[in-house]
Design a protein around this ligand. Structure first.
Ligand SMILES: Nc1ncnc2c1ncn2[C@@H]1O[C@H](COP(=O)(O)OP(=O)(O)OP(=O)(O)O)[C@@H](O)[C@H]1O
Length: 326
């Protein structure tokens, strides 16, 4: 399938997953991933990310809807899909007595046309640990080993389930760099993450899942631009909020006053900031602790999760999805 002139290598349509207990973890989701892009699946705990990724990996059959990976059903046509995909699971579960090199060699034996194990270990920064037993690796080093094994088959599509959980800041940066390099080399990456900064940094597009549904999709910029920006500052001595220009005329949607600090929310950041600074200039006052910023993905995420929860508890439009330009 082609989407906007790009080939999409993952297509998900009205996908559902119901567990044996009757619990519906994935409640009819739709998205696609284009060849060569990094797509992030974000969500709160229990949102249904892993349940979704397992369906994409062909580890279980959907209870409803459709998944296509590289044009095939990953569950019923596993033999066609599996050799072209790499999977980094949340828990690798390797025999802990084997060394890193032995683990990579053992895994390579299960992959047709595997890359030399030493090459992938070097790629993930584990070259100096080849003779270390898996049980002696730190949590972060185990995650790197998980990633190395996922790369052995030189996959066209890579599934990364929380790739940097357990990594320190440096390890996380290294993983980001590696994912960026893989993307540059043409690999399509679908990752799940709790780290919004990671999604903001890596993802070309993303979907925010909440309670089994997709609440928003688009580029990180598309998703954040829909959220209000913030301006905060300390009121100059002797001034009150009522002394500011009328806030509505600055495009401010609401404001919060906490002691001397004022927080303005606006969807017209330039207009509001300009109006405020012109006023301060004319009044000859300094706006101390001035902070002007666009919404972060974290703010967008929290507000979307809150909005969806209140909509579902109202019983109104529980499956409404915000679509942003992609
Ligand atoms: N085997 C199972 N049987 C019943 N319910 C399950 C099963 N596996 C997961 N669930 C439930 O499905 C929901 C989604 O779980 P899932 O692991 O997909 O979420 P997630 O978004 O990956 O969460 P996290 O970020 O915490 O890993 C949760 O409520 C979870 O308890």
């Amino acid at each position: 399938m082609r989407t906007d002139g790009h080939e999409s290598v993952i297509e998900v349509t009205d996908l559902r997953r119901v567990y044996g207990s009757g619990f519906e973890a994935v409640r009819g989701i739709d998205f696609f991933v284009r060849r060569g892009e990094v797509f992030a699946l974000l969500g709160t705990n229990g949102a249904g990310k892993t349940s979704t990724v397992e369906l994409l990996e062909g580890l279980a059959a959907p209870s409803g809807g459709r998944v296509r990976v590289l044009g095939h059903d990953p569950y019923t046509e596993r033999a066609a899909v599996r050799p072209r995909t790499g999977v980094m699971l949340q828990e690798g579960g390797f025999p802990s007595e084997l060394t890193v090199a032995e683990t990579a060699r053992m895994w390579a034996g299960c992959v047709s046309g595997a890359r030399p194990p030493a090459e992938v270990l070097e790629l993930v920064g584990l070259k100096s640990k080849t003779d270390t037993r898996v049980k002696q690796l730190s949590g972060g080093q185990r995650r790197r080993l998980d990633l190395a094994l996922a790369l052995l088959g030189d996959p066209e599509v890579l599934f990364l389930d929380e790739p940097s959980t357990g990594l320190d800041a440096e390890g996380r940066r290294d993983t980001w760099e590696l994912v960026g390099a893989l993307r540059d080399a043409g690999t399509t990456v679908l990752l799940t993450t709790h780290y919004l900064e990671e999604a903001e940094h890596l993802a070309d597009r993303l979907a925010i899942m909440h309670e089994g549904r997709i609440a928003a999709t688009g580029t990180p910029a598309d998703v954040t631009v829909a959220q209000p920006s913030h301006i905060s500052f300390e009121l100059p001595a002797g001034y009150f909020v009522g002394d500011l220009p009328p806030l509505a005329s600055l495009g401010v949607s609401d404001h919060v006053v906490d002691g001397r600090m004022v927080l303005l929310r606006t969807r017209e950041l330039q207009r509001a900031a300009t109006g405020l600074l012109v006023w301060a200039g004319q009044a000859g006052v300094e706006l101390r602790r001035l902070d002007v910023r666009s919404a972060s993905l974290e703010e967008a995420f929290l507000s979307i999760a809150k909005e969806v929860s209140s909509r579902t508890s109202d019983g109104t439009a529980p499956d409404a999805t915000k679509e942003y330009a992609a």
